[in-house]
Design a protein around this ligand. Structure first.
Ligand code: PLP
Length: 376
């Protein structure tokens, strides 16, 4: 039995997928974004469940993640959002993985490789409409397209862009990005090409910008049960999927005036009952949570007191006289009628739920519940 572990509720994942599905026209298909180990939730079991729910595509950041999906029997189209390097291109084509293209040299390798294999390789062209990160800048697309379209043995299965502020209340920049994207689509049709799959929407775009639905949408965070921000115009009804649990390894009664933890940042101001829990920043429990976070024990909240150390934390359960050693503790997720959300922890750390999930999700002990079908 590990000292801390993660429980993944696949029924909650299905609920969240349905929340996405309900907001989409029937012809719009869903790309399940499972990069970064499905935001820490476990890529392969999550991907299997999303495909069982009806996700038509999966998206990962890196080619090796796509290979892992294939090695585990997932055969749906997989997008590699960061693109595929030249050295991996042949394997990508063989495995029918779709590289996102934003560099001509990658496109040339893709073309040569596909021609050599006697295949036509699908790819998705990424247009930067204002995010300023990855993609061909929208105002420099034409010369890029001219060279791209001259290549043999490749076909533009998709054209995509990405929002930078779709989760903010003010949608004006997102509308500008959509306008630039539409110009890119017009340029494409002037060149006599069309991509069957046009896509732009992340979770925030899916929820708040119906005009960005097109043929595919790419939700990530909402599938895992968190809204992309608190500023949405149409907040969805989501269920968190991840629960992070541990156990009390020691309970001690301390008199008044005793210090707890590194740096002596906490001192008992009354006779206190302090529990020690084998979770620390090495387990993704951020050190910024020291003296600020709460956890759940017997369905009640208890404050984390003293510093978070590498593999331990301490909490004050003086108000809960019934607590004993070996008792289960919830650091993220629900217990009884209460819940610690990733938003709550993120607020304390000055970050976003995404990072909380990724960090806690590094825990190697994951248990999956409520799968719609038993894995073969
Ligand atoms: C991560 C990512 C998404 C998903 O974003 P969420 O905010 O988690 O919904 C969509 N598209 C791209 C290109 C991404 O990198």
């Amino acid at each position: 039995m590990p000292s801390s572990w993660i429980e993944i509720d696949l029924a909650a994942l299905r609920h969240n997928f349905d929340q996405a599905r309900q907001r989409l026209p029937a012809e719009t298909r869903i790309v399940g974004v499972v990069k970064s180990d499905a935001y820490g939730h476990g890529m392969v079991p999550v991907a299997r469940e999303l495909v069982a729910c009806g996700a038509g595509f999966l998206a990962v950041s890196k080619f090796w993640e796509a290979q892992e999906l294939r090695a585990n029997g997932l055969s749906v189209p997989v997008l590699v959002l960061l693109g595929v390097e030249g050295g991996d291109m042949e394997e990508a084509v063989r495995q029918s993985v779709r590289p996102v293209i934003y560099r001509l040299d990658h496109a040339r390798v893709l073309s040569r490789t596909a021609a050599k294999l006697g295949m036509r390789a699908p790819f998705h062209l990424k247009v930067d409409t204002g995010m300023g990160r990855l993609g061909v800048p929208w105002d420099r697309l034409e010369p890029f397209l001219d060279e791209l379209l001259a290549l043999e043995a490749i076909e533009m299965e998709g054209i995509m862009s990405h929002f930078s502020v779709a989760d903010e209340g003010d949608k004006s920049f997102s509308h500008l990005q959509m306008e630039r994207f539409r110009q890119a689509l017009e340029l494409l049709s002037r060149k006599g090409v069309s991509a069957p799959y046009v896509h732009m929407a992340n979770s925030a775009g899916l929820l708040d910008l119906p005009a960005a639905h097109f043929q595919l949408v790419r939700p990530g965070i909402m599938l895992y049960g968190s809204p992309p921000s608190s500023e949405l115009h149409h907040p969805p009804d989501l269920l968190p999927v991840m629960c992070f649990k541990s156990k009390v390894i020691q309970l001690k009664e301390l008199p008044i005036g005793r210090f707890v933890g590194y740096g002596r940042t906490f001192v008992t101001v009354r006779p206190s009952r302090i529990v020690t829990i084998p979770v620390g920043y090495d387990d993704g429990y951020d050190r910024l949570l020291s003296n600020h976070a709460q956890l759940l024990i017997r369905g009640m909240r208890a404050p984390v007191v003293g510093r978070v150390s590498m593999s331990m934390i301490t909490a004050d359960v003086s108000h809960l006289p019934q607590i004993q050693e070996d008792e289960e503790v919830v650091l993220l997720g629900a217990q009884g009628d209460d819940r610690i959300t990733a938003e709550e922890l993120a607020g304390i750390c000055g970050t976003i739920s995404y990072e909380i999930y990724c960090n806690i999700g590094k825990n190697p002990f994951k248990y999956f519940f409520n799968a719609s079908a038993e894995p073969e």
